[in-house]
Design a protein around this ligand. Structure first.
Ligand SMILES: [Zn+2]
Length: 101
């Protein structure tokens, strides 16, 4: 599968206007928010490893992580996925997962 996967429109009604993105754009236009900032309604991280397998952490191996962003359709209120990215992250002992681009 190729990343990032981008979903442009609501899967239910095909509307392309999203509530959180619209409010975020208004804040950027008002000059109170960095144009590079992205704000999802919901954000999920899926780490691709067995949490019971301590050898991954001890060996400091990189594992894939999927980052999914969601927003809300302004027409029908559906919460839907807008973007999925895949990153490789280093699992380190004693500290949280660290981003590796
Ligand atoms: Zn919709």
């Amino acid at each position: 599968m190729e990343y990032p996967k981008i979903f442009e429109a609501c899967p239910v009604c095909k509307n392309k206007v999203r509530i959180v993105e619209s409010e975020r754009n208004a804040q950027v236009e008002a000059g109170v928010m960095n144009p590079k900032a992205t704000i999802p309604a919901l954000f999920t991280q899926s780490f691709m490893f067995d949490p019971n397998d301590k050898s991954i952490i001890l060996a400091r191996r990189q594992v894939p992580m999927l980052l999914a962003s969601y927003d809300i359709c302004s027409e029908c209120g559906t919460l839907y996925c807008t973007r999925v990215e895949k990153k490789m992250i280093m699992m380190e002992p004693g500290v949280k997962a660290k981003g590796q681009g």
